[in-house]
Design a protein around this ligand. Structure first.
Ligand code: NAI
Length: 233
């Protein structure tokens, strides 16, 4: 069975991806952060803060020694921080960059050597449409996702000759805990601004990931694929 490692797999988009990959015959390792989740069959959890490179290295080694080489890495864990750009403190900057970009950096560093020696592998990062277009009052979050996009494009060029594909999915507004601070009115406005007229579901993002991991995407690399209901074209 192929093996996928997904960060931030305890809920939301990561959880939906874990369940979809497991249903499609993958062995799934989920990295979770704080609360120990209960997972379905074929999904195993390892506690790991993705912003800590040492913990990530250990988690990737543990996953590979239990379930074999990682065929697909999904760097999904992320946090958002809202506020005026001028009010953010260095601590906000560190936390958001270390989690959203540092998580990808740490996970890719741990997984790439094995993929290169096997001459195959797929890496999928979860970005955000705000990384492409910028969001008012989410400047740090947007910058962290912009870094993810640039890293994905660079890795794709560097790792293509080793048979490794690297892409990002770039969600629009997806109905998860990340939106819990939004008012009902804000959510309704966001749904109305989305051409498809609704919020996306975590499962819809997971389906794009499953496609990118598959042979159907064998000539797709270095792309940032929008899953945004037409919000950003
Ligand atoms: P969520 O808040 O439900 O899930 C985030 C996951 O990341 C949780 O499992 C959390 O425990 C984990 N996490 C956070 N910090 C971590 C750390 N240091 N180490 C390990 N795990 C950590 O939110 P959602 O929506 O499922 O987010 C998943 C990804 O999708 C994030 O990267 C987010 O930026 C991105 N995204 C979400 C959108 C949305 O509208 N929900 C839109 C665009 C992107």
């Amino acid at each position: 069975m192929p093996h996928v490692l997904i960060s931030g797999g305890s809920r939301g988009i990561g959880r939906a991806a874990a369940e979809l990959f497991a249903k499609n015959g993958w062995l799934v390792t989920c990295l979770y952060h704080t609360k120990t989740p209960i997972f379905d069959e074929n999904i195993t959890g390892i506690r790991c803060d993705v912003s800590n490179s040492i913990l990530v290295t250990h988690a990737v080694q543990e996953a590979e020694s239990k379930f074999g080489p990682i065929d697909c890495l999904i760097s999904n864990a992320g946090i958002s921080v809202k506020g005026l750009a001028q009010d953010f403190k260095e601590n906000d900057y560190r936390k958001v960059m270390d989690t959203n970009f540092g998580g990808l950096f740490n996970l890719a560093n741990a997984a790439i050597p094995g993929m290169v020696s096997r001459k195959k592998g797929v890496i999928i990062a979860v970005s955000s449409m705000w990384g492409q277009t910028g969001a008012s009052c989410e400047a740090l979050y947007s910058a962290s996702k912009g870094a993810v996009d640039a890293y994905v494009r660079s890795l794709a060029k560097e790792l293509g000759p080793s048979g490794i594909r690297v892409n990002a999915v770039s969600p629009g507004v997806i109905n998860t805990d990340m939106l819990k601070d939004y008012s009902d009115k804000d959510l309704q406005d966001l749904a109305e601004t989305t051409p498809l007229g609704r919020l996306g579901s975590p499962e819809e993002v997971a389906k794009a990931m499953l496609f990118l991991s598959s042979d159907g995407a064998s000539f797709i690399t270095g792309q940032v694929i929008g899953v945004n209901g037409g919000f950003l074209t």
